[in-house]
Design a protein around this ligand. Structure first.
Ligand SMILES: Nc1ncnc2c1ncn2[C@@H]1O[C@H](COP(=O)(O)OP(=O)(O)OP(=O)(O)O)[C@@H](O)[C@H]1O
Length: 275
C-alpha cells in the first residue's frame, strides 16, 4: 500500500472569519473563508469593492489577527507579521528623500540586517525591471509605473517565498499596466533572479477580471461583504503568457465566465458590451 500523502498546501486558510471593531460597531469583513494555495501558485482574488480582499491579504501577512479560524503558512500558524511575505500596494509608498536604491533596501533595515549585504541584489533587481540606471535617483524623478517597479524590487529584496499584491497596477495607465503584467510574470517564473530559486507563491488582488485571468493559475471570486469564496476557477491558458494571450479567444471566454460568476448574470445574452 502506498502511504505517501499529497504535499500539504503552502498556504492554508481554514474557516477564516474577520470582524473589525469599528467606532460605529462591528464590521464583519470575512465569513468562513476556506482556501488552499500550493507553493509556486499564482492566485488572484476578485470581488466587489469592500468584500474583504485587502483584509484577507493582511490576515495572511499576519498584519491583522483573524477573529475565527486559522491561517497556516508553510506548516506554521500565522499569529504575527511573517517575514516570508513581500507586499506591494496600489500606490508605491516610497520615502521621497531617499534614493531609489535606498528605498529598495528599506526592508533590510526594518529586519535589522546590513543593507550593504543586499546592495548587489538590489542592483540586480532594479536591472531586472529596467531601472538599472535609476538607482541613485529620488522617487519624485520616476513615473508612477517606474515607482511601482521599484516597489516590486523592494518587496523582493529579502527574497520572500510569498508575494502579496493589493491592486498593484490599479493606478497605472492601461499600457503601463499591461507591461507590468508581463514584467511580473517574467519575474515570477520565466526568469529567476538567482539560479535554483523557487518560483514565488503570489496572491494578487485586482478589480480587473482580464488581468486576473491573464496572470493566474486560479481565480478566486469572492461574494459581497461579508466576504466568502463564491467560486474558484482554474485558468487553463498555456504559459508563458504573452501579448498574444491577451487577445486570445480563450482569455475572452474565461473573462466572460468570471463576469457571469461575479454578477450572477449571463452577460453573453445581454445587449451590452463587456470591456
Ligand atoms: N480598519 C478598519 N476598520 C473597520 N472596518 C474596516 C477596516 N478596514 C476595512 N474595513 C471594512 O471591511 C470591509 C472589507 O474591507 P477591505 O478593504 O478588505 O475590502 P476590499 O475588498 O479590499 O475593498 P476594495 O476592493 O474597495 O479595495 C469593508 O466594509 C471595509 O469598510
Amino acid at each position: 500500500m502506498n502511504h505517501t500523502s499529497p504535499p500539504s498546501p503552502f498556504i492554508e486558510i481554514d474557516d477564516v472569519h474577520m470582524v473589525y471593531q469599528a467606532e460605529s460597531g462591528p464590521v464583519e469583513a470575512l465569513r468562513g473563508i476556506n482556501l488552499s494555495i500550493n507553493r509556486g501558485e499564482f492566485v488572484s482574488l476578485v470581488g466587489p469593492s469592500g468584500c474583504g480582499k485587502s483584509t484577507l491579504l493582511r490576515c495572511i501577512a499576519g498584519l491583522r489577527p483573524v477573529t475565527g479560524g486559522r491561517i497556516v503558512v508553510d506548516g506554521a500558524p500565522v499569529v504575527k507579521p511573517i517575514p516570508k511575505v513581500g507586499m506591494v500596494f496600489q500606490t508605491a509608498i516610497m520615502l521621497k528623500w531617499r534614493t531609489v536604491l535606498d528605498n529598495v533596501l528599506l526592508p533590510t533595515e526594518l529586519y535589522g540586517l546590513k543593507p550593504a549585504d543586499f546592495r548587489d541584489r538590489a542592483h540586480d533587481l532594479l536591472k531586472l525591471v529596467g531601472l538599472g540606471d535609476f538607482a541613485k535617483k529620488r522617487p519624485g524623478e520616476l513615473s508612477g509605473g517606474m515607482q511601482q517597479r521599484a516597489s516590486l524590487c523592494r518587496a523582493l529584496i529579502l527574497d520572500p517565498p510569498i508575494l502579496l499584491m493589493d491592486e498593484p497596477f490599479g493606478a497605472l495607465d492601461a499600457m503601463t499596466r499591461d507591461e507590468m503584467n508581463l514584467e511580473l510574470l517574467r519575474i515570477w517564473g520565466e526568469q529567476r533572479i538567482s539560479e535554483g530559486a523557487e518560483r514565488k507563491t503570489v496572491i494578487f488582488v485586482t478589480h480587473s477580471i482580464p488581468e486576473a485571468c491573464f496572470l493566474s493559475d486560479r481565480v478566486v471570486v469572492m461574494s459581497p461583504r461579508p466576504g466568502r469564496v463564491a467560486s474558484i476557477k482554474p485558468v487553463q491558458l498555456p504559459r508563458p503568457r504573452t501579448v498574444a494571450t491577451r487577445v486570445s479567444p480563450e482569455l475572452g471566454r474565461m473573462t466572460l465566465e468570471l463576469y457571469n460568476d461575479l454578477t450572477q448574470k449571463n452577460l453573453e445574452t445581454m445587449p451590452q458590451t463587456v470591456s
